[in-house]
Design a protein around this ligand. Structure first.
Ligand SMILES: [Zn+2]
Length: 266
């Protein structure tokens, strides 16, 4: 089954509309109310070169105002003319960016790229951009009360490591989230593959969800074991987080919402 088919299937299973689904990977633009093209959400944190994306404080997609920077690592080169007081060149810096949604600053440590290179000995010219390395504060994630703590905390680690571009770590934590889900659903022994198989036989996982769960397990394995041919990409990491979020909605949030609705009706 192709990825887009799986996503459609999961949408149908979860009853989620296309507009409500965090569709990061099937297209590059989304349509507005007037059918205008709008940029897709940026699942990464902002940088001074790309001051938009996920705000670590309010956890909303936002744009940011750059309010200042300070050097973090000096290079040995002295600039002929610069606005820095001591004229020292620097290749790492700290930037402060204010979120236009919550009006609070986020601090990001950034490394300088010239073209694609960050090594001054390899500079061949090109545009200067700043690549984010660390952000403060840490991502503020609120999870539904319906999700067991051991599942939400592991998923949060996967989201945080994804946001700071540690995709292998993110994949390993996504796999661990799957293990926590299997454990919570009564599968506590054997390999994860066997436990997923057992959940599928019990009907807890539909065949489409089971296929995706296997994918998470395999990508998580790639993250955990060294293999230069099986690197975890940003898309891999993004896709498995989106899948696990949808899986959690299907297994925990939707049954709880239905239960609440029925109790209200009686
Ligand atoms: Zn914010």
């Amino acid at each position: 089954m192709r990825i887009c088919d799986m996503v459609s299937h999961i949408r149908l299973l979860c009853g989620i509309t296309a507009m409500g689904f965090r569709d990061y990977f099937t297209r590059n633009t989304r349509k507005g109310q007037r059918n205008e093209e709008l940029p897709v959400d940026n699942s990464e944190f902002p940088t001074s070169s790309n001051p938009q994306g996920l705000c670590p404080r309010c956890n909303k997609q936002s744009s940011f105002d750059f309010i200042g920077e300070l050097p973090a690592t000096f290079s040995t080169v002295t600039r002929i003319s610069d606005y820095v007081e001591n004229n020292k060149d620097y290749f790492d810096k700290v930037s402060s960016l204010v979120c236009r949604n919550c009006d609070q600053p986020t601090i990001v440590i950034e490394e300088r790229l010239i073209g694609d290179s960050k090594d001054p000995s390899e500079f061949k010219g090109g545009r200067i951009t700043w690549n984010g390395l660390f952000w403060w504060p840490f991502l503020n994630i609120e999870n539904s009360e319906e999700i067991p703590d051991q599942i939400s905390s592991t998923l949060n680690e996967s989201r945080i490591t994804h946001a700071v571009k540690c995709y292998r770590s993110s994949a390993v934590m996504a796999r661990r989230t799957l293990e926590a889900i299997a454990h919570d659903k009564g599968e506590t022994k054997g390999t994860l593959a066997n436990r997923l198989e057992s959940l599928t036989k019990k009907g807890v996982l539909s065949p489409a969800l089971s296929d995706w769960a296997k994918e998470v397990r395999l990508i998580g394995n790639s993250g955990a074991h060294f293999d230069p041919l099986e690197e975890v990409t940003q898309d891999d990491s993004n896709q498995i987080i989106v899948f696990i979020e949808e899986l959690i909605k299907y297994l925990y949030i939707m049954p709880s919402e239905l239960d609440k609705r029925r109790k209200k009706a009686t």
